[in-house]
Ligand binder design. Sequence first.
Ligand code: C2E
Ligand code: MG
Ligand code: MG
Ligand code: MG
Length: 287
Amino acid sequence: QAKQQGQRLLRFFSPEMTQRARERLHLEAELRRAITHDELFLVYQPQVNLTTSKLVGMEALVRWRHPERGLIPPNAFIPLAEESGLVVSLGDWVLRAACRQLRAWLDAGLTPPRTAINISAAQLSEDQFVGRIAEQLRLYVLSPQSIEVELTETCVMVDSERSFQSLAELHALGVHLSIDDFGTGYSSLAYLQQIAVNKLKIDLSFVRDVTTNPNNAAIVRAIIALGKSLDLEIIAEGVESPEQADHLRSLGCDSIQGYLISRPLPADEMAAWLRQWPASSEQTGQA
Ligand code: C2E
Ligand code: MG
Ligand code: MG
Ligand code: MG
């Protein structure tokens, strides 16, 4: 039976696929190196309240500066990191880098807002997930309110006791939780009652033509209504035009993130931003 299976596999792997598999293995080895050799860095994208224009948060997004291939966007390596399990150590790197940066900004007299980091399903189901976060917060003397964890619906739906437990512990610790790409996952909404969510991020695919496509406007309206009734903060991602911002404001959306406000910025440019933009009254900061 094993032999039969082997033959089926051999037929399955065409020469082009073997080539692709080899490239993947190569990229995986390179990504492993990238994590340990400082080839990764974070960029930060501000989040601004739609009525007060105050800075209410920022999202940390990972980048890979490959020595030969140049800048590689996350969509080109996060899926691979997820499939190979490397995303756990990558995620750990991101967590440390974000906390270290927050501490550096605080030490420089800046008041960074709550900073969101993206978390993959494999990280959430790790035993040490919350422990690692608590450890970094202690190490850099940061309050749990200074960071936020972004999970996708699909990630939350991985229906394991471990994940639910971790989310409860995270909440107890005081770390905020937001649901990323909201509206795009195949999920029931029941989890919104089961876990302590603070914020919904409306996916950019709905935001893109919110002013012209009535269906997308209806979806955005429904997400905002749902969020309000559950007392959640609503942020729209991928906002590029003033028209989109106006429309979102009229629908009752709380805040926005997108090129209209700023592209994701390297740390030094974000620091300049922090110096000039009015901060939120709700400051987080050191423990
Ligand atoms: P995401 O978390 O939904 O992040 C939003 C993406 O939209 C970012 O792409 C951001 O650069 C982009 N964006 C922001 N404003 C605009 C806009 O106005 N218009 C358009 N068209 N796009 C905008 P990015 O940085 O390429 O990241 C892509 C995805 O990769 C992220 O989607 C997230 O799922 C994943 N990712 C990024 N960093 C990390 C990380 O540290 N860990 C994990 N696990 N995933 C990450
Ligand atoms: Mg995100
Ligand atoms: Mg998103
Ligand atoms: Mg996304």
